[in-house]
Design a protein around this ligand. Sequence first.
Ligand SMILES: [Mg+2]
Length: 371
Amino acid sequence: MAIPFKKIILHRLNMRMIFPFTTSFGTMQDKEFFIVEAVDTEGNRGFGESVSFPIPWYTEETVKSNKDIMEDFLIPILRENPINHPDEVFPLFGRLRGNNMAKAAIEGAVWDLYAKRQGVSLAKALGGEKTQIDVGISIGIQPTITELLEKIEGFLDQGYKRIKLKIKPGHDVEMLRQVRAAFPDTKIMADANSAYTLRDIDLLKQLDDLDLMMIEQPLQHHDIIDHAKLQKEIQTPICLDESIHSLYDAQKAIELGSCKIINIKVGRVGGLSESVKIHDYCEAHGIPVWCGGMLEAGVGRAHNVAITTLSNFVMPGDTAGSSRYWEKDIIKPEVVVKNGSIQVPTGPGIGYEIDEEALEEFRFEKVEYDM
Ligand SMILES: [Mg+2]
């Protein structure tokens, strides 16, 4: 039976993060995004979250471009094409190029609505079986090594199971050496967000002495060729993030030997259905995956928890607790990390309620579309 959509509502929010977050692109502290609400004729409500930034420094998408794409194309496609299952959404959107984060925001709301209509958790609807997931933490570039070591110590005390450090030229090998010396047994990985080229190969080889779990996306953001060359020269496993936009990209990267690990970000690959496909393909080819973060608020965080319950998410992801980023989140209860793990909610859909008051407090635009 087709899902009887009644309305799609776009809530545009702005939330201030507790800490400014610095990567090789720049620093941000305010997070602007959309909560997409899909309502059916029986009053069930499904929620998705857009993860693009206001500035197109991670992919080409922005918060504004997401709105145009959702309003002008994606919502009309959903209005005109009855669907029975959320797996049908991404192929319908496939007639439009790119804009994966806009597609994923809508598809996420449809998945949540579908799971709620079935009376099952989103995790279960996706085929996940874990009842709790292990998580790590991503730490932005810090002004001094002392501040960085203190931050790491604090997060390890909270139980986080791996530490991801953002690196860029000038903030790399020496910083990582000092961290490794201070924390000899901690699971550490580095994320370069494309800050290097093959000319840096001698520097990147030095990482091999530091026993890192992986180096994430050292080279150009669309590249899989140079990464394959680099992987042949270094022991440290390469994990691809920015280069993987689809199952197709994952297949080619694995075929070329461009990486040994893949970071699946639901928004980057166009939604949960495509994430499951990439997960399954990686599992069949012996490539472990983990779930990356985009500084999500509660709804996006809940979607990440759900996808991480699939079996080949064997490495701790970036899905920290709500309190890592937010004074107050938009879901009830908030996502809580205990001893480095999150208990997967068992209620229908994402398993967290929307905190309507918080939604209203952070919202500065609301548009409704009849279906
Ligand atoms: Mg990354």
